[in-house]
Ligand binder design. Structure first.
Ligand SMILES: [Zn+2]
Length: 100
């Protein structure tokens, strides 16, 4: 189930799982052209900060208000961030590793 375009060969070779992993600082090699792919670093940094902020905000609320229904907010925000991560994260090309 490939759904996302590789920035090297422009074929839809990246699966949903690959795309999600790219949003968590992974690098992937395209199955077709073997090009290394990563998420755009500035967007990746912003998304990571939002994940962290979401987590800190939740920890803070539970700590100060002692109410676990904020866990629901955490989950909703987390899912929204995941969707943002998967569908709006731009990808970029990495150069091939130089042997040796
Ligand atoms: Zn490719």
């Amino acid at each position: 189930m490939a759904a996302f375009k590789c920035p090297h060969c422009h074929e839809e070779t990246l699966s949903l799982k690959d795309k999600y992993r790219l949003g968590w600082w992974a690098t992937i090699n395209c199955q077709q052209c073997d090009g290394r792919v990563t998420a755009f670093p500035w967007t990746l940094m912003v998304i990571s900060m939002l994940y962290l902020w979401n987590l800190m905000w939740w920890v803070g609320l539970v700590h100060f208000k002692h109410s676990y229904h904020y866990l629901g907010y955490l989950l909703v925000c987390w899912i929204l961030l995941d969707l943002l991560n998967i569908y709006f994260m731009p990808l970029c090309r990495l150069k091939k590793k130089i042997p040796g």
